[in-house]
Design a binder for this molecule. Structure first.
Ligand SMILES: Cc1cc2nc3c(=O)[nH]c(=O)nc-3n(C[C@H](O)[C@H](O)[C@H](O)COP(=O)(O)OP(=O)(O)OC[C@H]3O[C@@H](n4cnc5c(N)ncnc54)[C@H](O)[C@@H]3O)c2cc1C
Length: 547
């Protein structure tokens, strides 16, 4: 099979908030290529509703209280220096967004600041009510369109990272192998530095708020390239996603509860004050577990989010996108209660990085949801992830200045592509892959979801191993490759969930409901080698791309 080769200075895989912001910074030092799978802008960033948390007035008190709330929500697992960086550099990054044209909502000349669970004060900026992510992404795209040096290639599905053997040193990352979705052809992109900004892994769960692109590709690529993952067992389940038969688990922002929305069980009774003094605004993990408990006790598969006591005009104005989506599914939220249940939402851990996005693999950087800087600990504070993407995206953009000006040479020798890929480029039976994906999602939701145990996690190991056994010799197609990536990401989460024999934040083990007695909770670390102690599929889905 013919492979077209391309050279760039900085290759950024993923065009959500983190990748776009990193690109703007890096463009000062060289040519930047952003690769996106699918259509432009399909990302979690685009769907972010609630807003972006920031100490807007940049006073020491505000910075301190935002840091404190983040640390408390993270249950002692946050890295305080990373939190300090995110919070204290936040106001500068917000000002930048304002300069580039993001119109955060205001009343008069004052920003409207919302409040969500576990925030001690109102500090969440929003744009067009509940369309904050879309507004920010649109503005970043507009800024990029007038910035020299950046090209965006959509429909470019990145398969894996290209590694170069350096004399005496560890292999370094020098590019990526990419499938051009428009014609099924392979391309190699070579770069001085590669940035993974591929977002989350929510699609490994049956119920998720994440878009279909969140299949864990970055996690799979990083593991195969030798990167270390950190705290990957901590996965946040959002308490309130739409629970209507046949409808997607569309997110109903925590801001609805912040504005006074109430949770009621199937008997029409409020219940959160029985679980936590902050009631509906308790930390997300506690609200999710409380809802699960109510569901178990009442035998009804959802609870209700009720805003009927609030001003209908205010609801329509404040949550236009949510209101329209509910209406589309036959629910007028100002007159009717909304059936809701928890849904997989956000990956707290990820590829371990330093404060400038460097991983342990030379030449490889990671930023945004796919990375673990340590700012979220065991439980992310609401609306901190857009901020993380912006702040650390900018930091990655800055650090790329120091990357060697010499593009690593690459051999013209034909790369080894697995025979099955060159022989077969289309999926003959897509339904077979959908079935495997469904099996992964079912076992992950049931066994490694909101409540876990040694027994349930081991069940997931054998289910995923069975899926891996079926998945040999993948054809060269996005569907097949994503299915493999979902397995890698699931295996990583499973392995770490099994190893952490305690309950902490979003990781709840019913067989170890208490925290370990150590003074400070420890971070977990995972590599492909650890994975192979439980799974026998490290040879699957890997082509020999060493140059
Ligand atoms: C419904 C919803 C609401 C949310 N609301 C909020 C909120 O109000 N506030 C907040 O702070 N956070 C919110 N979050 C979380 C937040 O949106 C995300 O954590 C954040 O946007 C992640 O940004 P990112 O740039 O890391 O990844 P993403 O925005 O997910 O972007 C990842 C990009 O990588 C690309 N990609 C992935 N794999 C490949 C591949 N193999 N090849 C090429 N490209 C690839 C994708 O196409 C995509 O463009 C929300 C999340 C969801 C799902």
């Amino acid at each position: 099979m013919q492979i077209a080769d391309f050279k760039t200075d900085f290759l950024i895989i993923g065009g959500g908030i983190a990748g776009l912001r990193a690109a703007i910074g890096a463009s000062r030092f060289g040519r930047v290529t952003i690769l996106n799978k699918g259509v432009r802008g399909e990302s979690s960033s685009k769907f972010a509703q609630g807003g972006i948390a920031a100490a807007v007035n940049d006073t020491p008190n505000e910075i301190n209280s935002h840091c404190q709330d983040t640390l408390i929500a993270g249950k002692g697992l946050c890295k305080p220096n990373a939190v300090q960086v995110m919070v204290s550099e936040g106001p500068r990054r917000i000002q930048e967004l304002l300069d580039w044209g993001v119109a955060f909502d205001k009343v008069g000349d004052q920003f409207v600041l919302a409040r969500e669970g576990a925030h001690s004060k109102n500090r969440i900026l929003r744009a067009r009510g509940d369309a904050t992510g879309n507004e920010i992404v649109k503005t970043l795209h507009r800024t990029i369109s007038i910035t020299d040096n950046i090209e965006i290639r959509n429909g470019h599905f990145t398969i894996e990272l290209l590694m170069s053997q350096t004399e005496g040193g560890p292999p370094s990352c020098s590019g990526a192998l990419v499938l051009d979705e428009s014609n099924g052809e392979l391309r190699r992109f070579f770069a001085k530095a590669v940035v993974l900004a591929t977002g989350g892994i929510g699609q490994v769960f049956q119920r998720t708020t994440n878009p279909t692109v969140a299949t864990g590709d970055g996690i799979a690529m990083a593991l195969k390239a030798g990167a270390i993952l950190e705290d990957i067992e901590f996965f946040q389940f959002h308490p309130t996603a739409l629970a209507l038969p046949g409808a997607p688990s569309f997110l109903l922002s925590e801001a609805i509860r912040g504005e006074g929305g109430q949770l009621k069980n199937a008997e029409g009774k409020r219940f959160m004050d029985r679980y936590h003094p902050d009631a509906e605004l308790a930390p997300r993990d506690q609200v999710s577990r409380a809802i699960l408990n109510e569901i178990r006790e009442t035998g009804v598969a959802h609870v209700f989010l009720d805003v009927r006591h609030l001003d209908p005009h205010f609801i329509r104005e404040r949550f236009p996108m949510i209101y329209a989506t509910c209406l589309h599914h036959g629910l007028d939220m100002v007159d009717q209660q909304i059936p809701v249940a928890p849904s997989a939402h956000y990956m707290m851990g990820g590829i371990k990085t330093d404060l400038s996005g460097r991983t342990n693999v030379p030449g490889l950087y990671a930023v945004g949801e796919v990375a673990s800087t340590g700012v979220h600990g065991a439980n992310r504070l609401a609306s901190n992830s857009l901020l993380e993407g912006l702040v650390f995206g900018a930091r990655v953009g800055d650090v790329l200045e120091s990357v060697s000006p010499k593009i690593s040479a690459f051999s013209d020798a034909a790369m080894q592509i697995p025979v099955s890929w060159s022989a077969q480029t289309a999926v003959k039976w897509p339904e077979a892959y959908h079935r495997i994906q469904n099996e992964i999602k079912t076992t992950m939701w049931k066994n490694v979801g909101i409540i876990r145990s040694d027994h349930s996690v081991r069940r997931a190991i054998s289910d995923c191993q069975l899926c891996a056994d079926v998945l040999k010799n993948p054809p060269l197609s996005r569907l097949a490759l994503e299915t493999g990536n979902m397995l890698w990401a699931s295996a990583a989460l499973i392995t770490s969930a099994l190893a952490r024999r305690e309950s902490l934040g979003a990781h709840f083990r019913e067989d170890f409901p208490e925290r370990e007695r150590s003074a400070v909770p420890e971070h977990s670390a995972l590599t492909q080698k650890t994975l192979s102690e439980h799974f026998l599929f490290e040879s699957l889905w890997t082509s020999d791309t060493r140059l």
